[in-house]
Design a protein around this ligand. Structure first.
Ligand code: DHB
Length: 300
């Protein structure tokens, strides 16, 4: 029995990756995630220039998850080289990048490739950054242009992280595939707001943000199911995974690998070993010998 899985050309020892934005802004934190059983780490989304992000409060807990609007804080791609130098020695690192247009994405992807990333993940889905993320990622023509430009710029696989804040996630997936994209990642956070009745105003400084955690899992599983049916390229599942049972829902919907975010923020990185053990127990009990055998079985 093996937990090894492949996302096209990217081969992982285990199917669970750290989702972008969680313990992945420094080299040492990425190394720690890899040594805790994560099959790979997706970096915090990095842009061309350093960005301070939004003022506090930018993160709040709700029943079943978190709502955040960090505001894409990051050191900028040039300074991020130092972190990548440390991280890539420890295991597979996927460079998450955000840009305002195809040209910016292509430049960023080229640098991530130079730094040793095994793939790039295009952030076409942040729900609250003016001019970035989901504002680009809900229009199939824009998605095609960005993915096409990045494919021309790099040899490493190009993944696109999609938003659930649209009625046509499969159409966006088709645009990624038609532009030569190597995989889709679904889902990013759902656009959300928390109001403090005492203060009579939204809690976050940005007013709205993105909902993550167990509350979004059923939305993500549905998106992966639709994408698997519509596409030939691999699908990676993310959104509200806390244990092996949650991960299996995504795998059986059609994901060949998955990402874990909020539960790592809440309970720490040991969750990867716990999920891996749970997957092995399920596979043993149900006579599966590989992750690949379970991918998409709920679609039959
Ligand atoms: C941020 C949030 C996201 O959901 C995302 O995809 C990228 C960045 C942020 O607030 O930093």
């Amino acid at each position: 029995m093996t937990l090894e899985t492949s996302i096209g050309k990217v081969k992982l020892k285990g199917p669970g990756m750290v989702a972008s934005g969680i313990m992945d802004e420094t080299g040492p934190s990425m190394v720690r995630m890899l040594s805790s059983g994560a099959g790979a780490v997706v970096t915090k989304s990095i842009g061309l220039e350093p960005k301070a992000g939004h003022q506090n409060p930018c993160f709040t807990e709700v029943k079943g998850g978190f709502v955040n609007a960090m505001g894409l804080p990051n050191p900028g791609i040039d300074l991020f080289k130092d972190e990548m130098d440390v991280a890539v020695k420890a295991g597979p690192i996927i460079g998450s990048i955000y840009g305002a247009n195809a040209d910016e994405f292509a430049k960023l992807a080229g640098k991530m490739e130079d730094y040793g990333a095994c793939a790039v993940e295009l952030n076409l889905s942040c729900p609250h950054a003016k001019g970035y993320g989901m504002e680009l990622g809900t229009d199939p023509a824009t998605v095609k242009k960005i993915v096409g430009a990045v494919k021309d710029a790099v040899k490493i696989p190009v993944w696109a992280k999609l938003t659930p804040n649209t009625d046509s996630v499969a159409d966006i997936g088709v645009a990624v595939q038609e532009a030569g994209g190597d995989a889709v990642v679904a889902i990013n956070t759902l656009k959300a707001m928390v109001i403090s009745p005492e203060l009579r105003r939204p809690v976050l400084s940005n007013k709205f943000g993105g909902l993550s955690g167990p509350a979004v899992r059923a939305v993500g599983v549905r998106a992966v199911y639709d994408l698997y049916a519509a596409l030939d390229i691999p699908v990676i599942g993310v959104g509200g995974i806390s244990d092996a049972h949650d991960a299996l829902q995504y795998i059986m919907a059609g994901a060949c690998a998955f990402q874990v975010g909020s539960v790592v923020a809440k309970n720490g990185p040991d969750v990867f070993n716990m999920i891996n053990k749970g997957l092995e127990a399920f596979m043993f009990d149900n006579n599966y010998s590989s992750i690949g055998e379970m991918v998409g079985v709920a679609n039959d």
